[in-house]
Design a protein around this ligand. Sequence first.
Ligand SMILES: *Cc1c(COP(=O)(O)O)cnc(C)c1O
Length: 340
Amino acid sequence: MIIDVRSDTVTKPTPGMLQAIMTAEVGDDVYKEDPTVNELEKYVADFFGMDQALFFPTGSMANQAAIKLHTQPGEQLICDKWAHVYNYEGGGVSFNSGVSCKLVDGKRGLITAQQVSENINPPDFYHSPLTTLVCLENTTNKGGGACYDFSEIERIRTVCDAHSLGLHLDGARLMNALVAKKEDPKKYGKVFDSISLCLSKGLGAPLGTVLAGNKDIMEGAMRVRKVLGGGMRQIGYMAAAGLYALENHVERLVEDHRKAAEIADTLNTLSYVANVEPTETNIVIFYLGNGVSEQRFTDKLHQQDIRISNMGQGKLRVVTHLDYTDAMHDQFLKALKSFS
Ligand SMILES: *Cc1c(COP(=O)(O)O)cnc(C)c1O
């Protein structure tokens, strides 16, 4: 038994999901003739109470398309210094949109309305790039699955309105936040101009992200997706996996959160652990004490068929997910306690 808690992307389709894939009705989605893709897009648009949605192969492509739809070359977006759109999308913001990022020094990947406000370039000062977009992430990836307080998002919206800025949400793990905070997705649909929702993280589909937005923003979305090479044909097979995930794998996220909290609690009792970040969802980030070698720690776990992530700068990461069973959980906690 291999216990892989490096990421929530390592899951494999469940038998029910495979069945949904096998029996999906499909068509050519480039002609918008795939009924299952159309159903998925409608499901996600309705879920957020937004006008439209579009299916993308990856979260990076969905975020990059959103940024392209919101901006013109030479402009600037505001995001946290740990943002996925800045750190982990291959420099796509500049490559695809010719846009620069104003990085904000947030807390655990979360930024405030005050910080947004302070980082907007004055629009009549033509020497600096024109600020046109704010990108938030919820939950934060590098920030250890931290969730926004919705009231802060509302304050950020107010700042965006006052300065005519677009507001995009990288919601790769938004479902984790909605479940953890018991929030209404329609509130998110109201406050954001666009939202990307990943189906292949905690939800367990093999691929896919849906970008939801209102008509004005989504108008050019098909064209931008085509330019990025993301027009797909009989992709209803994967949309079926996504629909299955949305219908069956959302409520169970509380299980992942419970296990992550138990891992954090255990780590907090261990003398070789220096610090554990607050654990709100399915990501646990922790640091080893002075003189405890990360390499030796991860090697020791590896010998017991346990894989965790070393994120550098002393950051170790564990992510719970659909395929992380109760038996694995027990064994993992035992292995943590027995390390010395
Ligand atoms: C995983 C992830 C994405 C999307 O990544 P892809 O690998 O391109 O699907 C976007 N944002 C965040 C915060 C993520 O964790």
